[in-house]
Each structure stands twice: as C-alpha cells, then as structure tokens.
Ligand binder design. Structure first.
Ligand SMILES: Nc1ncnc2c1ncn2[C@@H]1O[C@H](COP(=O)(O)OP(=O)(O)OP(=O)(O)O)[C@@H](O)[C@H]1O
Ligand SMILES: [Mg+2]
Length: 387
C-alpha cells in the first residue's frame, strides 16, 4: 500500500513517515511538506491508498471532505490538537478514518496504520447472488420469455449484476431473446473446462447483453448437451452466485438430475402456467414434484402467463386446484411480446408501456427493492420498533 505523510513542517513530515514505516516494512511511505490547501495536488500526483495528515483543524477538514468525495478510495488518518466531540463528529462526516491526538504517539500511529492496511488487504467480499429458476409447466408457456425479460428489468436498475443461464440444454433459446449476436461459447464449453472454472472463465464464456447483463447460452449442438452433468451445473451456479447479484436460470421443462440440481440451488422457483387445462394438469404434476422434494411453499412462485381477464378458468380456480397462491399474473400482449422476441430486444427496452413490461418491473421491484425505498422503509420500521 502506498502511503503519503503530509505536514507543513518538513522535519515533522519525515519523522512521522519514519514512524509509519516502522509499523510494517512492506509499506511504501513517502513524506511531503505542504499546506492543507496543497493536499489535492499530493493525492492527484501519486495516488496513495492512505494519507496521514498532520495538523488538521476545522478548516482543514473541509479540504479533506472534498478530497474524500473525489477520491473515495483514499483512506485518511489525521493528527489534530482539537480533541473536542464536535471536531471528531465533523471529522467522521468528512470521511476521516482515524483521528489521532497531537502530540504524536508512536504506538497509536502505528496501530492505526496497521488497522487500515489490514482492512485494505482483505479480499473483497464475494457476492452471494440470488438464484431464480424458471420452469415451464408445458412447452410454450413463456418461461424463457419471462426469465430473460425479468433479467433485463433487474439489470435496468443499473446497480445490479445479472446473469442468465440457459439450462434448457437441448432446445435452449434464451440468448436469442436477449441479443442478435452469435454466442462464442456456452454451458457445454464451460463444463468441458470445469477444472479451470473461475470467475474469469465464466464471464468470458458469457455473451454480454449490457454492461451488467450477461447470458451463458445453451450449446448449439445437441450432442454437446449430453456432456453436461449435474455436478457441472452445480459448480457453474455456485460460481455465478459469487459474481452476480441475480442468477436467472431458464430450466426449461425436462425434469432430470441436471435440472433438479438447479432447482435445489435456487432461492426461488417460478413455474410458468397458462390458464388452460393442459397447462394446469402439468402444473399439478410440478406441484407434486416440488412437494416430494420437500421444497417449502415459500420457495415456489407461481406465475400465470398470457393472462386475459374474463377467461373461462380464473386465477382463483387455479389457486384452489394447486392449493397455493399465484405470485403474479402477466397479461397477454401479443404484439409487443412478438416484436421483442423477433428482434431479440428485451421487452422493457422495446415496449416500455406494455402491460407485460409493467408486470415484470413489478416483480423486479419486489425481488430487489430500489435502495432509496428500502432505506426509507427501514427508517420507518425502525421508528415503530419493528423490522
Ligand atoms: N405475455 C405474453 N403475451 C403474449 N405472448 C407471449 C407472452 N409470453 C410469451 N408469449 C409468446 O409465447 C411464445 C413462447 O414463449 P417462450 O419461448 O418463452 O416459452 P417457453 O415456455 O420457454 O417454451 P419452450 O418450452 O419452447 O422453451 C413466445 O415466443 C411469445 O411469442
Ligand atoms: Mg423456452
């Protein structure tokens, strides 16, 4: 870690730098004499990870606050004559990590530097993304369309990394729903390179749709589909979870060891049904399968796709048959959906006002509440003593 020690007195700067050096011989420590007003130059010039600034008063904190805003990656330790509560509070608001009292105490300086060095050396916490598995109760139910469109809505929030994995290995088409670019790699390629699987290999096998939306397609060649085993799927999902906030899996509709692996690992399963008898019959089979696998009811989120008000079979009738509530009904909107699917452009990007887009955005908001709304809710719940 690069450390810059700043004091208006050259000698003081050098003796402070020497103290810092003694805290860990591996540190790269440089001293500079200059005024607080010159701090921005010091930081811009040498890009330190840590600044140790001597002789900071209230006016100096303003400079440090501006610096923290433009360089959030720089940690700051200050040394000050002022040990008042008001000064400490202001220092904290300015983004200072540690305030040490003057005159300098060697041990206190070294301990503070070590604390920050340790924190910066710790590996970044891996993400632990949510896995969402979409299952078609029957062919053509809309599982692929809903999985890919929801992924696009989640990514549209901007601050989430979203992956789509196409586990409909024999007849998968998820990549086509998101992009018109020909994929260079696929699930079978990753399985073949399993020994080398890491974050980089996974990302390089994925087709980028947008900066924060990637898809791992199913293989083109039917024969390659058979090379993928349940253990591969388990490892791929685990790796994806570590690098993405949401991992949306198109499971398709064949239930085998491989897809069960995905369903087991999923945090939420979205079975997709339409309100006609053949779909409902297969939905009951799925429900029985989920029960036999001991999945809790809270894991299953039934989606009714292509819903039309006034249809012969109602949502209530489906709920009674399944003995479970429907999570969301997605309206039928043929023109907008057909245009999106045919062009390979997610519906939220192509038909923002379609009722289908609105329904999917609702689901995305439910799965990932916008940060401001979440904070607001927390605050209010806190006021009322609940969570
Ligand atoms: N809400 C909707 N409104 C209108 N049309 C829809 C809707 N959802 C899906 N469709 C149409 O249904 C077609 C089939 O959808 P999709 O391919 O997603 O189904 P699937 O369950 O993945 O089928 P498969 O079993 O072939 O994988 C889509 O091409 C689209 O035209
Ligand atoms: Mg499909």
């Amino acid at each position: 870690m690069k450390i810059k020690v700043v004091s208006s007195h050259p000698q003081q700067a050098e003796s402070l730098a020497e103290l810092v050096r003694q805290s860990d011989p591996g540190l790269d420590v440089v001293s500079t004499s200059g005024t607080l007003g010159e701090l921005p130059l010091v930081v811009n010039g040498s890009r330190p990870g840590l600044l140790v600034v001597d002789g900071v008063d209230l006016a100096g904190l303003e400079v440090i606050e501006r610096l923290a805003l433009s360089h959030p990656d720089v940690d700051t330790i200050i040394i000050s004559d002022d040990a008042s509560a008001a000064f400490l509070l202001q220092a904290m608001r300015a983004g200072v990590r540690e305030v040490l009292p003057a005159p300098i105490n060697a041990q206190a300086v070294q301990a503070a530097v070590r604390r920050i060095a340790r924190k910066r050396a710790a590996p970044a916490q891996a993400r632990l993304g949510q896995v969402l598995a979409f299952v078609a109760s029957k062919g053509g139910s809309g599982a692929t369309f809903l999985a890919t469109s929801l992924a696009s809505c989640l990514a549209a929030r901007g601050d989430l990394q979203v992956a789509v994995i196409d586990l409909n290995l024999q007849f998968g088409d998820a990549a086509l729903f998101l992009s018109d670019t020909r994929p260079a790699s696929n699930v079978a390629e990753v399985a073949r390179n399993m020994a080398r699987l890491d974050a980089d290999l996974l990302r390089s096998a994925m087709l980028p749709v947008r900066d924060n939306l990637m898809v791992l397609p199913s293989p083109d060649d039917l024969a390659h589909a058979f090379e993928v085993k349940a253990a591969h799927v388990g490892a791929i999902i685990k790796q994806a979870r570590a690098g993405f906030d949401f991992v949306v899996i198109d499971v398709g509709r064949s239930m085998d060891a491989l897809t069960l692996q995905a369903l087991d690992q999923a945090d939420r399963i979205f079975p997709v049904v339409q309100l006609t008898l053949p779909y409902i019959r297969d939905a009951k089979r799925l429900r029985d399968l989920f029960r036999s696998l001991d999945y809790p009811a809270s894991k299953i989120h039934w989606l009714v796709n292509r819903h039309e008000k006034g249809g012969e079979i109602t949502i209530e009738a489906l709920e009674a048959t399944l003995g479970a509530g429907v999570f969301k009904a997605i309206p039928n909107h043929y023109d907008a959906v057909a245009a999106a699917v045919n062009q390979g452009i997610p519906i939220d990007q192509l038909a923002r006002h379609s009722p289908v887009t609105k329904a999917l955005q609702d689901i995305a908001r439910q799965l990932a509440p916008p940060p401001a709304a979440a904070a607001h809710k927390e605050r209010w719940l806190g006021l009322f003593g609940g969570r």
